[in-house]
Every structure is written in C-alpha cells, then in structure tokens.
Design a protein around this ligand. Structure first.
Ligand code: MN
Length: 134
C-alpha cells in the first residue's frame, strides 16, 4: 500500500470533543458553506478508535474515503467496513455515525450538500459497547 500520498490536505483543527469519542479527529474545511452553492466540503482525519456521535444531516452527506480503514453504520443496520476509494451516500435525516477502525487511522472527505436545510444534528455518542461489538 502506498503511504506517501495520504495527507494531501493540511491536518486542520481538532474536531469538537463533545461530538467525537475514542480519540481525536481533525477537520480541515476545504470549501466553506458561504455561497449559493449551499455546499460545505471538509477533510476529516480520525485517529484509531475515534468516531463521531450518532447524527443526521438535513441535506444529506457524501463521504469519499481516501485512506485507512473505518466504519459507517446506519441505526438498526450492521456497520459497513470502509476502505480507500469507497463512496458512501447518506440520505437526509438518516441516523448514522462514521469513524476509524480500532487499529487504523482513517481519512475521508465529507461533502455536505443542501446546507440551506441545515448541516448536522448531533445525537448521543457511540458507546464503547456498541463500537467493540461491531
Ligand atoms: Mn455524517
């Protein structure tokens, strides 16, 4: 596996710890939500075991995995393993989380369209019991 092209964007800022657990995540905004495109794009790096809380997006979300191994899970469904090159299409108001696997850093680009409807609604953390029983 090539490793020299993993970090093509700056690491960015620490993600707010109240919405992430198990480790630290870093967010670099690539395209601010500032104009009539109504779209925000960010690069997110998760340390191993780090995942975001359960949440929804009013306008939906598209994830493009660029490195590492991670998970995506919708409420009531099995978690999916994600690897670089995977694309996840998340429809509006679907409760879900995403994050790193237990032994791998994980990076994705997050595209948030339709931001005129809202961006994210945070819910409860993914517990260690939920995460460790995937
Ligand atoms: Mn999401």
């Amino acid at each position: 596996m090539e490793t020299f092209n993993q970090n093509i964007f700056p690491k960015g800022e620490k993600a707010p710890s109240e919405y992430f657990s198990g480790g630290t995540a870093w967010v670099k905004i690539l395209k601010p939500n500032e104009d009539e495109l109504h779209c925000q794009i960010g690069n997110v790096i998760f340390e191993p075991k780090c995942r975001n809380n359960w949440h929804t997006h009013d306008g939906g979300q598209i994830l493009i995995v660029t490195s590492g191994t991670g998970f995506y899970q919708e409420k009531g469904k099995p978690a999916q393993v994600l690897k670089e090159g995977d694309v996840v299409n998340i429809l509006p108001n679907v409760i879900h989380w995403h994050g790193a696997g237990p032994e791998s850093e994980f990076t994705h680009i997050a595209i948030n369209p339709n931001t005129q409807n809202g961006v994210v609604n945070w819910l409860e953390p993914v517990t260690d019991e939920e995460y460790n029983n995937l």
